[in-house]
Design a protein around this ligand. Structure first.
Ligand SMILES: [Fe+2]
Ligand SMILES: [Fe+2]
Length: 197
């Protein structure tokens, strides 16, 4: 949850910040399942985590950070720092995916990734999201929630448990083509402006 108080969202419909905050909480829960779970639970949680990070960070990179750059007060350094954090996390994640969940050092790698991803999320919650709520009209923020939903819809989900035991392996690494699909979906969502990206 955010470290600083943000104005409440008017109306019942969640805006893009609400959805991103929910995803931060889901990412934190998935890390707990990966670090504390065993067997299929751990494996499935890692697959879900990889998918969620792809959806979440792609939506932020395509919509949220570019929008933040346009806000008053000059945010470029802050946004560059967020992008650097996202890049670093992606590198670590790629190494973990390539090594595989049973590799030596996987657990230590996940703990490092967890620390950097959660710190990154806290930075967004503290420095970036409040500025969006402060400077972007609520209607626009609600419209942009569609970009996060589009990203979610574009990423394949794991079939329900019991369908096939090998399916978790198929989502353990999100292929580049899927990232492209998520990005296209986000770019095509209502309220996004190509010029800002
Ligand atoms: Fe992010
Ligand atoms: Fe985030």
């Amino acid at each position: 949850m955010p470290d600083t108080a943000m104005p409440a969202t008017p109306g019942p419909e969640p805006d893009v910040v609400d959805l991103l905050l929910t995803q931060h909480a889901q990412i934190e829960e998935l890390f707990l399942l990966v670090t504390g779970g065993e067997g299929d639970i751990r494996r499935d949680a890692f697959g879900d985590l990889v998918r969620m990070l792809a959806v979440h960070e792609t939506a932020e990179e395509e919509v949220i950070h570019p929008l933040s750059r346009t806000l008053p007060g000059g945010n470029d350094d802050m946004i560059d720092e967020r992008l650097d954090e996202e890049r670093e996390a992606k590198e670590t994640l790629k190494t973990l995916i390539e090594a595989g969940i049973d590799a030596d050092g996987f657990d230590e790698g996940v703990l490092l990734l967890r620390k950097s991803v959660l710190e990154h999320a806290r930075h967004e919650e503290r420095y970036e999201f409040p500025r969006l709520r402060q400077h972007v009209p609520p209607d626009r923020l609600r419209l942009l929630a569609g970009a996060v939903r589009a990203a979610e819809a574009a990423a394949p989900t794991r079939p329900h448990p019991g369908a096939e035991s090998a399916t978790a392996n198929a989502v353990a690494g999100v292929p580049l083509a899927v990232i492209d699909r998520i990005r296209d979906a986000v770019r095509g969502a209502p309220g996004t402006k190509k010029k800002e990206s």
